[in-house]
Design a protein around this ligand. Structure first.
Ligand code: FAD
Length: 496
């Protein structure tokens, strides 16, 4: 390939430009990005998950510099408030909890002791959860055997500044930016591949391969190539969001807050200079005005702009790659930001694309393999999100009663049934969320296995008790040695 053309200069477009310019630097391949300032970006993706740190590292970006320039804070997990029932909350931390005993995983022996009333709540054994509860943060250190070695984290950042950062990075490495509005897509008559884009001012942008990062409308993948869309609204009923930035209120927490509301939920994302907020809701149960009022009534600081409404259809593009066009970001599908997975899927899509880098023919077998992998990952993330809604015990509003009746996808049903029998978790290697994420959300949502895992009969009960007490005490002690989140930022990466 000689020329790859990206359409869209939002988070997805500039992530694509940065990755391709880095990984394809030894190919003589021009990378061109077309964006229209007149159309603008969504600009609300501000919470991430740990793989983003790899994305930053492999690009060779200095993490502290990025944090300073995007007003970022650190994230150790998500607190879910009022999801299971009103007044209840639980934490989904990043990272690993506990250790194996004689080949038997922590979840199994913790659950056994918990069912017997002899173990504390799960989050008391997680360094990330406890650090977040005490608003502490530090990066991993080389301390053999200490939980401080394995600290796992992500970032909250200003989405517009993140895209700008990646634009500077990409342009410095040779990416050509074209300002202009695409008004027509020319297809080759012989095979339906995209040949060129027509801009409003008459320019023609040719390419061998095209990456559609044009947002929800999917200018190339849907409007030109009709790849189709699988709608998942019957599983995830929210279809709108209203978002507003607000003044910072107090020291930033080292976690995202997801608080359930009357007909959806509200996010609170702390940045260094402000907070990002939004209510995700279902219009069948709440109108726009009521959503706006809910948002404004639950801000910690003063709003800094007028609330902005966004509409979405939860689901995924049936073919995320079709012919010589790959779609990324909102053009490839959308799952609401409950577990901050959208930016991750851009990163994941790029990693898979680079693994399966095509030549100009785009062999159908390669394309089919890519599409199968992306579809699988989207579906498993969908299941994880459905779990939060469909297992709630709330019956106080029509929305939550409706959610309790949502039919589980078969893939989720089998996971829940397996967990309810002996607390076991079934997970394929390519699923995003690790076993322990499922454990935290299963138990947080109030699911309890009928019996403990019989494998734990192989363990000495005294040793199990001792291991749990040891993990609990070490975590409690280690957290006290960590700096406060704000102090850590001030020391290493405060925005100027
Ligand atoms: P956009 O930001 O919409 O960018 C589209 C680009 O295409 C723009 O540059 C536009 O100018 C260009 N374009 C469109 N049409 C044309 C045309 N005709 N000609 C030229 N250019 C064109 N993700 C997370 O990971 N974490 C979160 O916390 C999170 N929160 C979210 C909250 C909400 C309410 C929503 C809706 C999304 C959230 N996301 C989150 C998702 C995240 O915002 C997106 O994945 C991310 O911003 C990528 O968007 P994008 O680049 O695909 O699209």
């Amino acid at each position: 390939m000689r020329r790859i053309v990206i359409v869209g200069g939002g988070t997805a477009g500039w992530m694509a430009a940065a990755s391709l310019t880095r990984f394809l630097r030894n190919l003589k391949c021009d990378i061109v990005l077309v964006e229209s300032e007149q159309i603008g970006t969504v600009g609300v993706g501000e919470a991430t998950i740990p793989p983003i740190m790899n994305f930053i590292r492999v690009l060779g970006i200095d993490e502290d510099d990025l944090i300073r320039q995007t007003n970022a804070t650190f994230k150790l997990g998500i607190r879910f408030q009022d999801w299971t029932r009103l007044g209840h909350s639980y934490f989904h931390p990043f990272g690993h909890t506990g250790f194996e005993m004689e080949g038997i995983g922590f979840p199994a022996y913790w659950m056994r002791q918990r069912l017997a009333g002899a173990a504390a709540p799960l989050e008391e054994y997680s360094l990330q959860a406890q650090a977040a509860a005490h608003n502490r943060f530090m990066r991993p250190v080389k301390a053999p055997g200490s939980p401080l070695e394995g600290i796992t984290y992500a970032l909250h950042f200003d989405a517009a500044l993140f895209a700008r950062y990646l634009r500077t990075y990409s342009e410095a490495r040779g990416v050509t930016r074209v300002e202009g509005k695409v008004v027509k897509v020319d297809l080759r008559p012989e095979d339906g591949f995209i040949d060129a884009l027509r801009l409003e001012d008459g320019r023609r942008v040719e390419g061998d391969f095209f990456i559609d990062c044009s947002g929800f409308r999917g200018l190339l993948i849907e409007e030109a190539l009709q790849a189709g869309y699988e709608n998942w609204q019957s599983y995830l009923p929210c279809d709108s969001a209203v978002a507003v930035p607000s003044e910072r209120a107090g020291a930033p927490p080292s976690y995202t807050l997801a608080a359930a509301r009357e007909a959806g939920w509200q996010w609170r994302i702390p940045l260094q200079h402000r907070e990002g907020n939004g209510v995700v809701y279902a219009r069948d149960f709440l109108d726009d005005e009521a959503a706006r009022e809910t948002l404004l009534a639950n801000l910690a600081g003063k709003p800094l702009a007028d609330p902005r409404i966004l509409r979405f259809v939860t689901g995924r593009r049936r073919e995320t790659w079709k012919r010589n066009c790959l779609s990324l970001g909102l053009a490839s599908g959308f799952l609401e930001p409950l577990e901050s997975t959208s930016i991750h899927m851009v990163h994941r899509g790029l990693a898979l694309f680079i693994q399966m880098l095509p030549d100009r023919r785009c062999e159908p077998a390669d394309v089919a393999r890519y599409n199968r992998m992306v579809a699988f990952e989207y579906e498993r993330i969908r299941d994880f999100l459905v779990l939060h809604y469909a297992t709630n015990e709330r019956r106080d509003t029509d929305f939550w009663r409706h959610c309790a009746g949502i039919e589980w996808p078969d893939s989720l049903k089998s996971k829940i049934e397996l967990f309810q029998s002996h607390g076991r978790i079934q997970r394929e290697d390519t699923e995003l969320f690790p076993e322990q994420s499922w454990l935290y959300v299963f138990t947080g949502q109030g699911l309890v296995p009928r019996r403990y895992d019989p494998l734990t009969d192989l363990l000495d009960p005294e040793k199990m008790r001792g291991a749990l007490a040891n993990i609990h005490d070490v975590i409690g002690w280690v957290v006290q040695t960590m700096p406060h989140h704000q102090a850590f930022i001030d020391r290493y990466c405060a925005a100027q």
